[in-house]
Design a protein around this ligand. Structure first.
Ligand code: FE2
Length: 586
């Protein structure tokens, strides 16, 4: 049975589930080359999934959508908003947002939009049926059923689903039981987005910048006290509450995400994007991060004790907070922690498809996610045709891993384009930029060559799985680069280019089975330098999505300071960069 899950909101995506197994997933931004692809319907992603599966629409049993659309149309959500508005009188912006949700998330308009897009694309007047699935449950299903656990506490923390902002579940085998929920307006996602905008970044985009900046900040008693009024323990003690007068309700001179009251009490002007970052901004980021970490740890601590569950699976957009995830792992509350690597809403296309499959068949295949190489791939023939079309010089070395390792050990910054594109925000050795992690100067080199990134954003390492213990404390399999680990002394000494200022590293462990060519280049680098580690950053320039096709890779290669490009079995080296002849072959 084939199910297409899709997410049509911010970061639109589509997923193909075949007999309960994810076989394709694509985010629309990769295909249209516009970061986040806000408000773009993921019709190209749907099409890419069908093509990867060799399917037509006739082969699709149904589409799955990760919101409970019925509740938006049958009056339930309207009644929820009415109750909410009675308790918390809304401002015009909040009311407009509620009305918009009721108008666009109900089954009829969602269904009409899908049918219209499919008609325009495929000429079909009889599309497969649409099934909707609750939002937080979509996050939870993906986090739990793709985890290695038979039993676990499942935590979903995001902006908001239908009415939920945070949910906790008991996962056991095929079952997911809701054990706690926090409703609107108490959203940790919105709290963090408010501080993201306060610090001059864009919400639902720059949250990771706040997290990176937090590592540079120091404790700041006044900020802590004010943020403690905004986000504080709830009525039950272990719970939390977000005061909406600082976030939603009130005058919004600076941003729709926070009110003027927050600015007045913080006593620090909201930062304009064009203005420099000061130590006070770093301190505010530090306190915002601390506030969220404390709220989540308090909640998880309570339910770890109450349920006795020793495993934790995490989903929801706040799961992108690598620093928080590392703190949870270090807390000792759980023996094992699993993070679904596409925790934000784009990943609900996966969760909704899994959930609908379970509804239809009665069960869903379970088992630890091995990899997320779910995107388009290109054969050597297709790549070579593109290289010839573009008229570029290239060679086809006998052992590309060895040649690339030589270049990297010699200081080159190399584009690495191999196999199926990875899903999620992290490059995992399919669409990566690689460099030597042994010198701190490499950061400047990579920044100057391609990334043009801010100083607070760390570069991360990919490490051969079998060698992770040399470089991080309490090593574990970490194939998705979404957890911060404390770095060892050996790491600080040998690979300072990828150790964050707070002494952690966000590692990817690489095993030979999941990505043999990537593992091969890491081991070839070790043979030359003694370290089975490479700096691995995403293959894109600032502000653009990660490259998807060979042409995207060539465009980025030639318009940046990259020295070489390993694409399929082919190698391109710019003239004078690495001793490869200018016109090795044609
Ligand atoms: Fe969500």
């Amino acid at each position: 049975m084939n199910i297409i899950g899709y997410h049509p909101g911010r970061d639109p995506s589509a997923c193909l589930l075949r007999d309960g197994v994810v076989t394709a997933f694509v985010e629309e931004e990769r295909l249209i080359r516009y970061k986040h692809a806000a408000n773009v319907f993921p019709i190209r992603s749907i099409d890419a999934c069908l093509r990867q599966g060799g399917l037509t629409l006739d082969d699709v049993a149904c589409f799955a959508f990760g919101y409970d659309a019925a509740r938006f149309g049958n009056g339930e959500m309207a009644a929820f908003y009415d109750r909410l508005n009675e308790r918390y009188p809304p401002d015009p912006g909040t009311r407009a947002w509620q009305r918009a949700n009721l108008g666009r998330t109900a089954h009829a308009p969602v269904r009409a939009r899908l049918a219209n897009e499919l008609l325009r694309r495929y000429g079909t007047h009889d599309p497969p049926p649409l099934r909707s699935y609750p939002h937080h449950r979509s996050h939870a299903v993906a986090a739990f059923h793709l985890s290695p656990f038979d039993e676990a506490l499942v935590a979903v923390v995001d902006g908001s689903g239908e009415h939920q902002c945070t949910t906790l579940w008991r996962g056991a085998g095929q079952d997911l039981e809701l054990i706690h929920e926090v409703e609107l307006p108490h959203s940790l996602g919105w709290f963090y987005s408010a501080l993201t905008e306060y610090l001059g970044f864009e919400s639902y985009d720059g949250e990771y910048k706040v997290m990176g900046l937090a590592a540079y900040g120091r404790p700041h008693p006044r900020f802590r006290e004010v943020l403690g009024r905004v986000l504080h323990p709830g009525e039950e003690g272990f719970d939390y509450a977000v005061e909406r007068d600082y976030i939603h309700n009130g005058e919004h001179t600076y941003s729709g995400r926070f009110t003027d009251r927050l600015a007045a009490e913080l006593g620090l002007a909201p930062r304009a994007h064009a203005h420099p970052i000061t130590p006070e901004h770093e301190d505010l980021a530090f306190e915002a991060q601390r506030a969220v970490e404390e709220a989540v740890l308090r909640l998880l601590g309570h339910f770890a004790r109450a349920t006795g569950l020793r495993n934790l699976a995490i989903g929801g957009g706040v799961g992108q907070n690598v620093k928080l995830n590392g703190r949870i792992r270090q807390s000792g509350l759980f023996d094992e922690v699993f993070l679904f690597p596409i925790p934000a809403d784009s990943g609900t296309s996966v969760g909704a498809a899994l959930g609908v499959h379970q509804e239809i068949t009665g069960s869903v295949p379970r088992g630890e996610l091995e990899h997320v190489y779910w995107g388009p791939s290109y054969t050597d023939d297709e790549i070579e045709a593109e290289l010839r079309l573009c008229g570029v010089c290239y060679e086809k070395p006998a052992g590309i891993e060895e040649r690339v390792a030589d270049l990297l050990a010699g200081g080159a910054v190399v584009g690495w384009f191999q196999g199926r594109m990875e899903a999620g925000q992290r490059a995992l050795g399919a669409r990566s930029i690689l460099a030597d992690p042994r010198s701190p100067a490499i950061r400047d080199r990579v920044n100057a060559a391609v990334k043009y990134r801010e100083y607070w954003r760390p570069f991360c390492p990919s490490i051969a799985l079998e060698d992770a213990g040399r470089y991080v404390e309490r090593p574990a399999r970490a194939p998705f680069m979404i957890m911060a680990f404390p770095a060892t002394d050996e790491a600080a000494r040998r690979i300072p280019g990828v150790v964050h200022v707070d002494g952690t590293m966000r590692i990817q462990t690489v095993d030979a089975a999941s990505n043999p060519r990537f593992h091969g280049v890491i081991k070839a680098f070790e043979a030359r330098t003694g370290d089975p580690v490479l700096l691995n950053t995403s293959f894109n320039v600032k502000g653009e999505p990660i490259v998807c096709s060979p042409r995207d890779a060539l465009r980025t290669f030639w318009s940046t300071g990259l020295d070489a490009l390993a694409i399929g079995s082919f190698l391109l080296v710019k003239p004078g960069r690495g001793g490869v002849p200018d016109a090795a072959s044609r």
